[in-house]
Design a protein around this ligand. Structure first.
Ligand code: CA
Length: 233
């Protein structure tokens, strides 16, 4: 029940071929609470995205093997990856104009040399949009309220007692009400990569979450979607 176990780690994929730059940006992103994976070329970047969908991507324009523009274009073409915010890094302002002109669909652009503070601020702006809970923003659905800063959950005026896994599970549901999550997607988001857990574990924890949110006789807001997984509402 430590606060740390309730922390919601946003994931960023950093794609930059200059090692010193990559290390500096990765260091700063980690300091901001991001879980960072990185690639030094466009092909590996795409593989990493398909393997483990990140919350946001910081993408250099000039990359070996496949350019940042091409990576961006491909990701924005596919429904599964279209929603991932991409911040493009480019060496000159004229390049930014060209990137814009190419309509790659990037969500933001930062010109090198940039200040690290500026890049971090932009990364957090994108994160707030897609993963509000990881950015510390309180979430609500009906009479359910979750505060990621204090780690408290209320239903109406009652305080709910959730275990750390149930807390992260509820935060995930609250970030996207109505979205149907597969067990694999929930495992990935709530338990994280590198952890081997059986998909039935998801059912066990959803069961515990249901019990906790219905503890005061409230109705069950979690829907079981047969053959698929779960959704809030
Ligand atoms: Ca480069």
């Amino acid at each position: 029940m430590t606060a740390d176990k309730r922390r919601l780690h946003p994931r960023v994929l950093l794609v930059e071929d200059e090692p010193a730059q990559r290390e500096a940006v990765a260091y700063n992103l980690e300091a901001e609470g991001f879980e960072v994976s990185s690639a030094d070329n466009g092909e590996d970047a795409l593989l990493l995205v398909y393997e483990d969908v990140p919350d946001i991507i910081v993408l250099d324009w000039m990359l070996p093997r496949l350019s940042g523009i091409e990576v961006c274009r491909r990701l924005k073409m596919q429904p599964e990856t279209r929603g991932i915010p991409i911040i493009m890094l480019s060496a000159r302002a004229e390049e930014v104009d060209r990137v814009r002109g190419l309509e790659t669909g990037a969500d933001d652009y930062v010109v090198k040399p940039y200040s690290m503070a500026e890049l971090m601020a932009r990364a957090k702006t994108q994160l707030r949009r897609v993963r509000p809970a990881t950015a510390g923003i309180g979430l609500e659905y009906g009479d359910l309220r979750l505060d990621p800063e204090t780690h408290r959950v209320h239903r109406g005026d009652k305080v709910l007692h959730l275990g750390p896994t149930e807390f992260r599970l509820l935060a995930t549901f609250l970030e996207r009400p109505g979205k149907v999550w597969s067990r694999e997607q929930l495992l990935d988001r709530v338990w994280g990569r590198d952890i081997y857990v059986d998909t039935r574990t998801v059912d066990v924890h959803v069961g515990r979450l249901r019990k906790a949110v219905c503890a005061f006789g409230h109705e069950d807001p979690i829907r079981t979607v047969r053959g698929t997984g779960y959704a809030l509402g």
